[in-house]
Design a protein around this ligand. Structure first.
Ligand code: AMP
Ligand code: TRP
Length: 327
């Protein structure tokens, strides 16, 4: 049987945190041996928010190294930088011609990121989902493992694929989102009502994958808790639910068992143990990350782009022909 095709990506904008890891990258690692995979560093998406050029450059390589250190295996997966395959931009334009203003205006991420900006909202932020749809559709992707926050973008991608197929003939595979139940949404340590985000400037908000043990202990020690003293998950306990979820995902111990284990104990003991669990879980990742050689990683990315381009070029050719573009 033909292997399913998987595509996903992370933006090189800021530090990667455990939300990116638990919500996305860790799940890619588990999938990769059974599927054909494309894992992309989506640098062009990062440009929708103003980036410092040096930072963007450094972060692009950091994200690729994060993929590798987390266990993405270049034997199973094509790792590449989005801008190295120009077909992404080309298809984004062609898809934009099929996309409605109304559809893009309804995107929650656009509404969030453009709030309080008046008239000065970048056009790129608005058309962002058409580039994301292009990323996915170029590779005949079946499955897109992402965090819950990307579900709406996936629905738009599906709509655009169907719209194109109806107008110009069967061309695109209509992809399915693959969203985990737990870990789909890791919340901020300082505010459990907001998703953990790398664009958040307060360092106490997120746990970076590269945080040293001391920083992890400090951040977890200071994490917001709920009123009361019980260590229990539930709708009335957003902070504890989030911490229990992180504990569960990093230790494999079920939330029910954790609640049992910490019954009658205070927050201090729970947080102390949680910090150690996170430190131990991240230790092998951090060791692998430190051992990676930048030049070797770049060579891998270039080879990945060559492989991706071969597929993308073929798709674009077909799309253009069907649309009546002289090729
Ligand atoms: P981004 O940081 O927006 O490029 O996101 C990269 C990937 O991480 C996407 O699949 C997101 O859905 C996922 N992700 C980002 N933040 C979180 C979070 N707080 N919890 C779970 N997944 C997340
Ligand atoms: N928009 C995604 C995010 O912010 C990143 C992304 C870009 C992506 N293109 C993609 C994810 C294609 C999956 C598939 O997280």
């Amino acid at each position: 049987m033909k292997k399913k095709i998987v595509f996903s990506g992370v933006q090189p904008s800021g530090v990667l945190h455990i939300g990116n890891y638990l919500g996305a990258i860790q799940r890619w690692v588990r999938l990769q041996s059974q599927t054909t995979n494309y894992f992309c560093v989506v640098d062009l998406h990062a440009l929708t928010i103003r980036q410092d050029p040096e930072e963007l450059h450094a972060n692009t390589l950091r994200v690729a190294k994060t993929y590798l250190a987390a266990g993405i295996d270049p034997q199973h997966s094509t790792i590449f930088i989005q801008s190295h395959v120009k077909e992404h931009c080309e298809l984004a334009w062609l898809l934009a011609t099929l996309c409605y203003m109304g559809e893009l205006s309804r995107m929650t991420q656009f509404k969030d990121k453009s709030r309080n900006k008046g008239e000065n909202i970048g056009v790129g932020l608005f058309t962002y989902p058409t580039l994301m749809a292009a990323d996915i559709l170029l590779y005949h992707t079946d499955l897109v493992p992402v965090g819950e926050d990307q579900k709406q973008h996936l629905e738009l991608t599906r709509d655009l694929a169907v719209r194109f197929n109806n107008a110009f003939g069967e061309t695109f595979v209509v992809p399915e989102p693959l969203i985990g139940e737990v870990g789909a949404r890791i919340m901020g340590l300082d505010d459990p009502t907001r998703k953990m985000s790398k664009s958040e400037p307060k360092p106490g908000h997120y746990l970076a994958l590269t945080d040293p043990p001391d920083a992890i202990r400090k951040k977890i020690g200071r994490a917001v808790t709920d009123s009361g003293t019980e260590i229990r998950a539930g709708a009335d306990k957003p902070a504890l639910s989030n911490l229990l979820n992180i504990y569960h995902l990093m230790s494999g111990i079920s939330i029910a068992e954790l609640e049992e284990r910490y019954r009658g104990q205070g927050y201090a003991a729970f947080k102390r143990d949680l910090a150690e669990v996170v430190i131990e879980h991240l230790r092998p990742f951090q060791e692998r990350y430190a051992a990676l050689d930048d030049a070797e990683v770049m060579a891998l990315l270039r080879a990945g782009a060559d492989r991706a381009r071969a597929v993308a070029a073929e798709t674009i050719q077909q799309v253009k022909e069907r649309m009546g573009i002289v090729v």
